[in-house]
Design a protein around this ligand. Structure first.
Ligand code: DGJ
Length: 691
C-alpha cells in the first residue's frame, strides 16, 4: 500500500508487517524517515517535522539521512551518484514530480539535462529500490558511480554486520561481527558476482535466530558490484550499493540515452535471522525465481564421475544407472563439444564432438528420455579457448587491451559480449544447439574473472563491464523465450554467480564445487540466509571425496546433506556397488517424498553447523514437517541434545513417519525431538505429520 501526505511531500509504503517512509524538504532534499514496523501516515508526518541536528560546519545534517546522496554540496558521505560533464562534476537537483501506483512510487528529479528517478516497489515486506538516469540534454554525461539505492537504519547502538564471504569451493560462509566507525566495503571487481561475497548484508543489534530486528539488503546484479556499509561519526548507519566496484566510470550517457540500475532490495523483519531468511525465501519464490511453484527434479551430473574423458557409451551406462536409482534429469557436463578433451581447447565451438557422439547428441538424449529422464547439457558461452575455431576466426572478439598481453585463466579468455556480433554468434550457436536435440536443461558455466576488460576501438570501453551483464541477461531471456520448456542453471566454477539478478532468469544454481557433505553444511547454512533451498543444487558424490579433501563419509551422511537442497547425484555410479545403488534408490525415493517441503516449505535453521557437534534444519509445509540432522562428532559420550522444533501447532499432535510415535506439538516446541544420532558423521531424516 502507498500513501502520500496532503502536502505531497511525504510518502509511506506499507507491506504486511513493515513500512518505509521518505520526505522531501522545501529545499528538495529527499530524507529518509522510517524503515521498520508498520506505521500510520500520521507517524511519518510527525517524523517529517522533527528538526535536523544543528551540525555545521564540520558535519552535515544531511549525512546519514538522505535517501540517495548525490555528489556535491554539503555532503561528506560516500555519494550514491557521481556524474561528470565536460564542465563540472556532481549533482544539484530539483524535484520534478512523483508518480504512484498501488505498491510503487517513482520520484523524479532533474539537474540540467540529467533526469534521476528513484523507484520504490513493495513486494511483501521487501522494498525493491532502483534508480534510472536519463540524459535529456544535448551533451554527453559520464556516470562515474550510480548506485541502486542507499538504505538508512534507525538510530541504535551496537550494530552488528552479517555477511557471506568465501572463495572457490568455500562459498557463502556466514560471518557476524560488530560494526565500527568508518566503512566496510564488500563487492567484486571480477566481472561476475564472485565467490568472495554474496551481494547481501544483514544488520542487527541483538537478534537471535528466531527473535529480534534484522535489516537485510541484497543486490540483483551479476557483474562487478559494491556494497558499502558506513557507520558515520554520529553512529548513524547507511548502506549504499550498486553495479561496478569503483567510482572510476560506469557508463557514458550520450544525449537521449538512459541507464537503469539493478534492483537493491531491502527487508526489515522482527522475527530474527530465521524470520528474515524465510521472508527473503518467500519473496524470491513469489517474485524472482521463474516457475518457483514447480519442484526441481533430482538430477545426475557427470562431471565428478568423468571430467573430460567422456563418450556416448559411457554416458549411456551412467544414464541407465542414474535412472535405476530414480534420477529424473541426466546432465552431460563439460567435454561433449568441439575439441574439448581437456580445459585447453574447444571453448567457443558449440558443435558436438563427433568422435565422442557420432550421431550428435540426439541419440543420447532420446535414450535418456526413453529411460524416463530429462536431458541436460553443460555450456560456457561467454568464454573461448585460444585453441578453438572461434578464436582463430575472431581473435578480436575477446576482451583485451591494445598492445597488452591477453591473460589466460584456465586457458581461456572472456568474449566481449558488449559486441553485437558476439551476441548474435552466441544466440545462433545456442539456439541451434537447443534445436538440435531434445534438451530440457542447460547448465551455464563461467569459469574465470575479467582481467583485461578492454575494447580497442570503442570510445568508452569502460561500458563493457555493464554491457557484458546486460548482454548475458538478454541472451538468457531470449533463449528462455524461444525455448520456454528449457530450464537453466547458473554456475560459475561453483557459486561464483549467485544473486537476485541471475535468479530472475535461472531455475537453480550450482552452490559450490565443494561437494564434501560436511563442508557443505556450512556453505548451505550461509546460502540459506538469503536464498531458498528451491534453487540450491547439491550433489551426492563419491567417498573418499576425490575433488577436494579425501574425506570418507557414509552414503547416509552424503544424502542427508544434499537432501537439504535440490538433490543431485554426481558420483561415478559405474563404481557404486549393488548395495550402494539400492541404498541410493531408497534415499532418492525418500527425497521425492519430502521434496515439496524442502523446496517450497518454510525453513527453520534449528542448529547452525558450528563446532563439531549437532546441526539441523527443519522444513514446514501445511501439516507436514521434516527434520534433517547431522552429527559431526560425538565427544565424551555426551548425549546429543534434543532439537526444539519450530513452526508447529502447540495444540496439535504429530505422528513420526519413521517410528510411528505420536508427539505433542507443545512438547516438540518446548522440549524438543530426540534424534538418536551417535558417533561420528551420523545423519538422519525425521518426518512428522499433523494428525
Ligand atoms: C566448473 C563447474 O563448477 C563444474 O561443476 C564443472 O561444470 C566444470 N566447471 C566443468 O568444466
Amino acid at each position: 500500500m502507498l500513501e502520500s501526505s496532503a502536502t505531497g511531500r511525504t510518502w509511506l509504503l506499507t507491506g504486511p508487517t513493515s513500512s518505509y517512509a521518505v520526505h522531501l524538504t522545501e529545499g528538495d532534499e529527499l530524507l529518509h524517515l522510517h524503515w521498520g514496523p508498520a506505521i500510520a501516515l500520521a507517524d511519518a508526518e510527525a517524523l517529517a517535522v522533527r528538526p535536523l541536528p544543528d551540525y555545521w560546519p564540520f558535519e552535515s545534517p544531511l549525512d546519514g539521512r538522505e535517501e540517495y546522496p548525490v555528489e556535491g554540496g554539503p555532503r561528506f558521505v560516500r555519494p550514491a551518484l557521481s556524474v561528470r560533464t565536460d564542465e563540472r562534476r556532481g549533482t544539484e537537483w530539483r524535484f520534478e514530480a512523483y508518480e504512484a501506483d498501488a505498491d510503487e512510487l517513482r520520484l523524479r528529479f532533474r539537474d540540467a539535462g540529467l533526469v534521476v528517478t528513484l523507484h520504490y516497489r513493495m513486494r511483501g515486506d521487501v522494498v525493491e529500490r532502483w534508480t534510472t538516469l536519463e540524459n535529456r540534454g544535448d551533451d554527453p554525461l559520464e556516470l562515474l558511480r550510480a548506485d541502486s539505492a542507499t538504505w538508512t537504519l534507525p538510530d541504535r547502538e551496537d550494530w552488528r554486520l552479517s555477511q557471506l564471504h568465501g572463495r572457490w569451493a568455500a562459498e557463502s560462509r556466514l560471518v557476524r561481527a560488530p560494526l565500527t566507525y568508518g566503512e566496510k566495503v564488500i563487492g567484486s571487481r571480477r566481472g561476475h558476482t564472485g565467490h568472495q561475497h554474496l551481494p547481501w548484508v544483514a544488520l542487527d543489534t541483538d537478534a537471535t535466530e528466531e527473535r529480534g530486528e534484522v535489516y537485510g539488503c541484497a543486490l540483483g546484479w551479476s557483474g562487478s558490484w559494491r556494497i558499502a556499509v558506513a557507520q558515520l561519526p554520529d553512529a548513524r548507519v547507511q548502506i549504499t550499493g550498486g553495479a561496478g566496484y569503483d567510482d572510476s566510470g560506469l557508463l557514458r550517457l550520450a544525449a537521449g540515452e538512459s541507464f537503469s540500475t539493478p534492483v537493491f532490495a531491502g527487508l526489515w523483519s522482527d522475527a530474527g535471522f530465521g524470520g528474515a531468511s524465510r521472508a527473503w525465501h518467500a519473496y524470491q519464490r513469489a517474485h524472482v525465481i521463474p516457475g518457483a511453484d514447480q519442484d526441481r527434479p533430482v538430477l545426475f551430473n557427470s562431471w565428478e564421475a568423468t571430467e573430460f574423458d567422456i563418450s556416448e557409451e559411457q554416458q549411456q551406462n551412467l544414464a541407465r544407472r542414474a535412472a535405476a536409482i530414480g534420477v529424473e534429469l541426466f546432465v552431460v557436463d563439460d567435454g561433449w563439444f568441439g575439441t574439448r578433451t581437456s580445459d585447453r581447447a574447444g571453448l567457443g565451438d558449440w558443435t558436438v564432438n563427433r568422435d565422442r557422439f557420432p550421431g550428435g547428441l540426439k541419440p543420447l538424449a532420446d535414450q535418456v528420455h526413453a529411460l524416463g529422464m530429462q536431458f541436460g547439457i553443460w555450456v560456457e558461452p561467454e568464454m573461448v579457448n585460444p585453441d578453438s575455431d572461434l578464436y582463430r576466426a575472431h581473435p578480436d572478439w575477446v576482451q583485451y587491451q591494445p598492445g597488452r598481453k591477453r591473460t589466460e585463466l584456465r586457458n581461456q579468455l572472456v568474449l566481449n559480449l558488449a559486441r553485437e556480433d558476439v551476441q548474435e554468434y552466441l544466440w545462433g550457436q545456442l539456439d541451434a544447439l537447443l534445436s538440435s536435440a531434445p534438451i530440457d536443461y542447460v547448465k551455464w558455466d563461467f569459469n574465470r574473472c575479467f582481467t583485461d576488460a578492454g575494447w580497442p576501438g570503442d570510445p568508452y570501453p569502460q561500458r563493457l563491464w555493464v554491457d557484458h551483464v546486460h548482454a548475458f541477461y538478454a541472451l538468457l531471456d531470449r533463449l528462455r523465450a524461444a525455448h520456454p520448456d528449457v530450464a537453466f542453471e547458473s554456475c560459475s566454477g561453483g557459486g561464483g554467480r549467485i544473486d537476485l539478478g541471475v535468479l530472475g532468469r535461472t531455475d537453480q544454481v550450482w552452490t559450490s564445487d565443494n561437494t564434501d557433505p560436511l563442508d557443505r553444511l556450512a556453505i548451505q547454512h550461509g546460502f540459506s540466509q538469503i536464498h531458498p533451498a528451491r534453487v540450491m543444487a547439491a550433489w551426492v558424490t563419491d567417498s573418499p571425496n576425490a575433488m577436494l579433501n579425501g574425506r570418507v563419509s557414509s552414503l547416509r551422511f552424503r544424502f542427508v546433506s544434499a537432501m537439504a537442497g535440490v538433490l543431485g547425484v554426481g558420483g561415478d555410479l559405474t563404481r557404486w556397488t549393488e548395495e550402494e545403488l539400492a541404498e541410493a534408490r531408497e534415499w532418492v525415493e525418500l527425497y521425492k517424498g519430502i521434496r515439496p517441503l524442502v523446496q517450497r516449505g518454510d525453513q527453520y535453521r534449528l542448529r547452525a553447523p558450528q563446532g563439531d557437534g549437532l546441526s539441523a534444519v527443519q522444513y514446514v509445509l501445511g501439516d507436514e514437517t521434516v527434520v534433517l540432522a547431522w552429527l559431526q562428532a560425538q565427544r565424551h559420550g555426551e548425549p546429543v541434545p534434543a532439537l526444539r522444533l519450530r513452526g508447529l501447532d502447540p495444540t496439535a499432535s504429530y505422528e513420526c513417519r519413521e517410528t510411528g510415535e505420536i508427539h505433542r506439538g507443545a512438547v516438540l516446541l518446548h522440549h524438543g525431538l530426540r534424534v538418536g544420532l551417535r558417533g561420528d558423521m551420523d545423519a538422519t531424516v525425521i518426518r512428522l505429520r499433523r494428525i
